[in-house]
Structures are given as structure tokens and as C-alpha cells.
Design a binder for this molecule. Structure first.
Ligand SMILES: C[S@@+](CC[C@H](N)C(=O)[O-])C[C@H]1O[C@@H](n2cnc3c(N)ncnc32)[C@H](O)[C@@H]1O
Length: 357
């Protein structure tokens, strides 16, 4: 088989009794600085922008918070947060418990212009421009036009075929691992909110043949998820329901399980709070919600794949990756109790909460 045919070949459908991947895809992607996101920015680009915008030089003789870096460089808080997070995750910075960042010796040796071993001016990362939300000043006309053009590409549109297939490739492994935690064994009827391609619903339906499962998403997404269900022979097992998560109340039946995967990371805390409260309302008493997200480690300086996702979310809107504590608080504030964190694959974890019976 040639490489050209390989790239066009669909992956083999999952089958009942599937084995989740042995390795964490996030680790593999972190190592090559790629997220499988559309509009991906490489790891080298993040380092080059940090050098170009003086982040490392500003930290030469001081430690500083993200806000202080933003105030003293051309970066916004979103930009400073993104770049500091990536630099800490690759070991160029240390992040103290109070959120202050300082340089490590490797960064001093190679990324400060005053060092004879400076290499920062030799990084030549081709690719996309720095995201507009990272900079306080407006980008020049050509850059703005380039960024605008990117937003017209179908891969950017939620629910497009290419986007759904991209989500599937990126999230299937972690979702298969989530199913295999055994967390869902007692559920009778689960609703997968903003379930996209079925990356979670498909392994769930294969693992639990008698569970009722509804996958909700925007109309275009449910249309493009159907071929994936058909490919797995699950078109009669997983019900598709077009439902906009921002139209309240959600028009869904009461259920005893709800799954919200990779959705909250797209939004700010106020929106997430509203979504969590709505899920609490729609669940039956005694029901359980599971949020599945790529989370930060306890010192909030890694792993690298979380830092890269965080940087991508902050460059595209109000989203961000969160710690397990931040996600737990969102569930607690919505009324959920007995909140627990269950690791699934690499940086991914389930945060579960129960609606009191
Ligand atoms: C990052 S994907 C996650 C999909 C899936 N849960 C997973 O983990 O692979 C986010 C999903 O949210 C959906 N979405 C975006 N806005 C939505 C809305 N207003 N209502 C419902 N779904 C929405 C998108 O179509 C997309 O499938």
C-alpha cells in the first residue's frame, strides 16, 4: 500500500471487545508539538513568538505573573498565559505555587540575547501568524486578511464533515479509555451532550449493548456523525438529536447519565456554569454527570499537550483548559455532590458528580 492510499484510508471501525490504545496519544502529539487541531500552531512557533515579543528577556532578572508579563510586553493576558504555559511545560520556565514564572538555566543559556549561546534568532518556524487575541495591537492588513481567510475554511465550522472526522481521530482513544474505566456500568440512559462524531457514544454503545444513548449536537454535526455510526453498525443504537446547547431549557428527555466531553474547554466560566446548571436540571434525581477534559497537572505547568490545547483555546476565543479543582467547582456550584476525578488517558480525566436523589 502506498503512502498516498494510506492517507485516504479510513480507520478500521471499533468492534465490541475493543482494546483501548496502550499509549497516550497526547504524549505522542506533545512530543511533536502538534494537537491535530485545525489551524495548528507548532511548538517552535510558540517559542519563536515568546522570543520575538520579549517574554524571556522580561523574565531575565525577575520572576513575574502572567498579568505582569502582559503589562510589560505587547501580549494580552491570553497571549501571555498561553506562551508562559507552553514555555513552562517544555522546561524553559518554572512556575511557582503563587503563579510567578522564572527562567530556567536552559532558557538563560539559549534564549536570552545577552547569552553568547543565544539561538532564538535562528528559529525559523514557518506557519500561521500569531493568533490575533494574543496581541494588544491590531495585526497588519495582510496578517488580518490571512487570519480572516482561515476562518472561512470548512474545517473551522463546527459540525462540518472534515471537522467531525478530525475530532474523531483526536478523541477516540481517550474516549475508549473513558468507557473502559467502568464508570458507566450502571447507567440505563445516557445523553452525550455536544457528542460530535460519536467518539464517546460509539465505544460506549459497543461496550453496553442495552444502554439507551442519545448523542446531541448542532444539526450539521449530527448529519455528519451518522456515517460514522453506520460504519460501526450503530445507527439504530445511538439516537441523534439536533440540540443547540445554548438554547435553554435543553429539549431532551430526563436521563440518568450525562456526558459532556471536550465542550466546556471552549467557553468562559460563566457559560460553563450555565451549562453545568442545565445538565443538573435535566438529569433525573440520583443521576450522574461526567465531564471529560484534558486537565492541568497540580502545579499547572504541564503536561505539554494540555498547555498546547490551552494555548489553542485562548487563541480562538474565551476557552481554556482547566484543573480538576476548577472543573469540580463548576459541578459543585451547579448542585452536584460526591464529586470525583477519574484519570482516563494521559492528561484526560473524567470529573463526575451526582445529583442528590
Ligand atoms: C471539541 S468537540 C467535542 C466533541 C465530542 N464530545 C468529543 O469529545 O469528541 C465540541 C463539539 O461541540 C459541538 N458544539 C459547538 N457548539 C455547540 C452548540 N451550541 N450546541 C451543541 N453542540 C455544539 C461541536 O459541533 C462539536 O462537535
Amino acid at each position: 500500500m502506498t503512502v498516498a492510499t494510506l492517507t485516504k484510508t479510513r480507520r478500521t471501525p471499533l468492534k465490541a471487545g475493543f482494546a483501548p490504545p496502550e499509549h497516550d496519544l497526547g504524549f505522542v502529539l506533545g512530543a511533536i508539538g502538534n494537537k491535530l487541531f485545525v489551524r495548528d500552531r507548532s511548538l517552535a512557533q510558540h517559542v519563536a513568538w515568546s522570543v520575538q515579543h520579549g517574554v524571556l528577556e522580561f523574565l531575565d532578572d525577575r520572576s513575574a505573573t502572567m498579568e505582569e508579563v502582559a503589562a510589560n510586553t505587547p501580549l494580552t493576558e491570553a497571549g501571555a498565559d498561553s506562551l508562559l504555559s507552553v514555555l513552562a511545560a517544555i522546561g524553559f520556565l518554572v512556575r511557582a505555587a503563587d503563579g510567578r514564572y522564572s527562567l530556567t538555566t536552559v532558557a538563560r543559556d539559549f534564549f536570552l540575547p545577552r547569552s553568547p549561546y543565544f539561538v532564538g534568532d535562528q528559529l525559523d518556524p514557518s506557519g500561521l501568524p500569531i493568533p490575533g487575541p494574543y496581541l494588544r495591537r491590531r495585526a497588519d492588513f495582510l496578517t488580518r486578511a490571512k487570519l480572516r481567510l482561515l476562518t472561512l475554511h470548512p474545517s473551522i465550522r463546527y459540525g462540518s464533515k472534515v471537522r467531525i472526522e478530525n475530532q474523531h481521530a483526536r478523541n477516540l482513544g481517550a474516549c475508549a479509555a473513558a468507557v473502559r474505566t467502568g464508570e458507566f456500568a450502571g447507567v440505563h440512559f445516557l445523553i452525550d451532550v455536544a457528542g460530535g462524531s460519536g467518539a464517546f457514544a460509539i465505544p460506549l454503545a459497543l461496550e453496553y449493548p442495552s444502554m439507551r444513548i442519545i448523542l446531541t449536537d448542532l444539526p450539521r454535526a449530527t448529519k455528519n456523525a451518522r456515517p460514522l455510526l453506520v460504519e460501526h453498525g450503530l445507527q439504530d443504537r445511538v439516537e441523534l438529536l439536533a440540540c443547540d446547547a445554548f438554547e435553554y431549557p435543553w429539549k431532551i428527555p430526563a436521563c440518568d447519565g450525562m456526558f459532556i466531553g471536550n465542550f466546556l474547554h471552549g467557553f468562559d466560566d460563566a457559560v460553563c456554569d450555565r451549562i453545568c446548571r442545565e445538565s443538573f436540571e435535566r438529569l433525573s434525581s440520583g443521576g450522574t454527570v461526567w465531564v471529560h477534559e484534558m486537565i492541568w497537572n497540580e502545579s499547572r505547568d504541564g503536561p505539554l499537550i494540555t498547555a498546547l490545547w490551552h494555548a489553542a483555546m485562548r487563541g480562538g476565543g474565551p476557552g481554556r483548559q482547566r484543573t480538576a479543582q476548577q472543573l469540580s467547582k463548576l459541578l459543585r456550584d451547579a448542585g452536584f455532590r460526591d464529586i470525583r476525578t477519574i484519570p482516563t488517558s494521559g492528561a484526560f480525566a473524567l470529573i463526575r458528580g451526582s445529583k442528590p436523589g
